[in-house]
Structure formats: structure tokens, C-alpha cells
Unconditional design. Structure first.
Ligand code: SAM
Length: 237
């Protein structure tokens, strides 16, 4: 945990409390325990979990000036990344963790109970359906996603959920610039505008990671998102 303690100060500009550090410890234990029974993560070394799951998730604080009291939805959260680390680090953030796989959400619900995290809601839905529902469409200040889909489809999953003036942040790898270019039409059509692509480096990792930040500047036209599966099968080009 010393890696987490020493690096969060630089990422977050504040120290995690003892309680928060204990919550991260407990999350690691739960992740490794549940991972023996279901496929939650390919990363099983605790030090790697800190870097590739926790620090990577918390790196979003580099491009969001203030998480407290904002609403955030993590689309395709899987075992809770980046949403869970953000909810631990920012207790006033209201985090919705969405995934189409029910059993991963059971892990998240169990973990939130065990960690005493009251600022997380788990939603079982496809992003396309959530984007057309009254409860989720244009409701969120911040929409985040890591490792869910190619950029054009991801834009159709995420931009409809952001409120006008909100932001979408896509966590990408080394092809971020090229992928964002490929999604230019989708970003524009769905009401977004590229704000910045921020490079970040994490301890012990050779390759940089990129945060693609998109401002929601107009409401998303009613015809988007299209029905489940279409954004991936017939991406906007
Ligand atoms: N974001 C997590 C992470 O980085 O560790 C999980 C990544 S995992 C590779 C992709 C997740 O996205 C899976 O849990 C999958 O069920 C979910 N997913 C894919 N397409 C989705 C969709 N259209 N709506 C909701 N969830 C989706």
C-alpha cells in the first residue's frame, strides 16, 4: 500500500486517510478472493493492482478539477474500474457503476457493503438502453469508461449520458490520437467537442496512458443512441 500512499499525493493533491487506505486494502483482498470464482481481473499481483487499477483510475483527477458532489457514471465498469477507486477517494462524489454483466455488479454491491461505501449505485443495463432511458439520459456531470469499446461506439455509449456542459472522459492506450480522429464524426453528431488529450505516466509502466476529454456542448439528438448492438456493429463514421 505504500505505493498507493506515495503516489496518490501527486495524483490527487491530497493524502488518502487511513480509512481510505484500509478500504483500498480491503478491496484488493475481495478482488483476489472473488477472482478465484469468477473472472474479474487478469491482474492478480497486489502491487500491479495498485498501479493498473487504482492509480490508473485515480489519474482521472488530473483532468477533473473537482469531483466532490458531482454525479459520475462509469460505463462498462466491470469489477468497478475506474468507478470504485474514485468513489473511495471522493466520498462526496455520487458514482453510478453500469455494466451489462450482472455477476460483476454483484461483486460491486458486495464490495460497497463490505467497505462501507454509501456513494455508489450499481446499474445492470446496456449503455445503449441507459442512454435512452429517462433515468440516465443526460443526467451525469462526468461519464467515464475504460476498456469497453472502440471510440466511435464508445461515444454513442457515453455522450448521451452526459448532461449538456458535462464531460466524457475515455481512458485510452497508445493509439488514443488515431482513435479519437476516427471518432470525430461520432463526437460531433452526438453533441460533443474534443477538449484535450492528456498524456499520463504511471509508476513502473513503460507506456503512457491517455485521457481523452470531450465536452458535451449540445444535447444529443433523440435518435441516439441507436438500439443495443448497433453502435458496435455499425459505428458512426
Ligand atoms: N472498465 C473495466 C476495467 O477497465 O477494468 C472493465 C473493462 S471490461 C474489458 C469491459 C466491460 O464492459 C465488461 O464488463 C462488459 O460487460 C462491459 N460492456 C461492454 N459493452 C457494454 C455495453 N454496451 N453496455 C454496458 N456494459 C458493457
Amino acid at each position: 500500500m505504500s505505493l498507493l500512499r506515495s503516489h496518490t499525493k501527486a495524483l490527487l493533491e491530497f493524502d488518502l486517510s487511513e480509512r481510505q487506505l484500509r478500504q483500498f486494502d480491503a478491496l484488493t483482498d475481495l478482488l483476489l478472493d472473488w477472482n478465484q470464482r469468477m473472472n474479474l481481473t487478469g491482474i492478480t499481483d497486489p502491487a500491479e493492482i495498485v498501479v493498473k487499477h487504482y492509480l490508473d483510475s485515480l489519474s482521472l483527477a488530473q483532468v477533473v478539477s473537482q469531483f466532490d458532489s458531482k454525479t459520475l457514471i462509469d460505463v462498462g465498469t466491470g469489477a468497478g474500474f475506474p468507478g470504485l477507486p474514485l468513489a473511495i477517494a471522493f466520498p462526496k462524489l455520487r458514482a453510478t457503476l453500469l455494466d451489462s454483466t450482472r455477476k460483476k455488479l454483484r461483486f460491486i454491491e458486495y464490495a460497497c457493503d463490505a467497505l462501507g461505501l454509501a456513494n455508489v449505485g450499481a446499474v445492470h443495463a446496456r449503455a445503449e438502453d441507459a442512454g435512452r432511458s429517462e433515468a440516465h439520459r443526460e443526467r451525469y456531470d462526468i461519464v467515464v469508461a475504460r476498456a469497453v469499446a472502440k471510440m466511435p461506439a464508445l461515444m454513442e455509449y457515453t455522450l448521451p449520458l452526459a448532461r449538456p456542459d458535462g464531460q466524457v472522459i475515455a481512458m485510452r492506450g497508445t493509439a488514443a490520437f488515431e482513435e479519437t480522429n476516427e471518432a470525430a464524426k461520432a463526437i460531433d453528431l452526438l453533441g460533443g467537442e474534443l477538449f484535450t488529450i492528456e498524456e499520463l505516466r504511471l509508476p513502473t509502466l513503460d507506456n503512457p496512458r491517455y485521457l481523452v476529454v470531450i465536452d458535451k456542448i449540445r444535447p444529443t439528438p433523440r435518435r441516439f443512441p441507436r438500439s443495443a448492438g448497433l453502435p458496435e456493429r455499425e459505428p458512426i463514421r
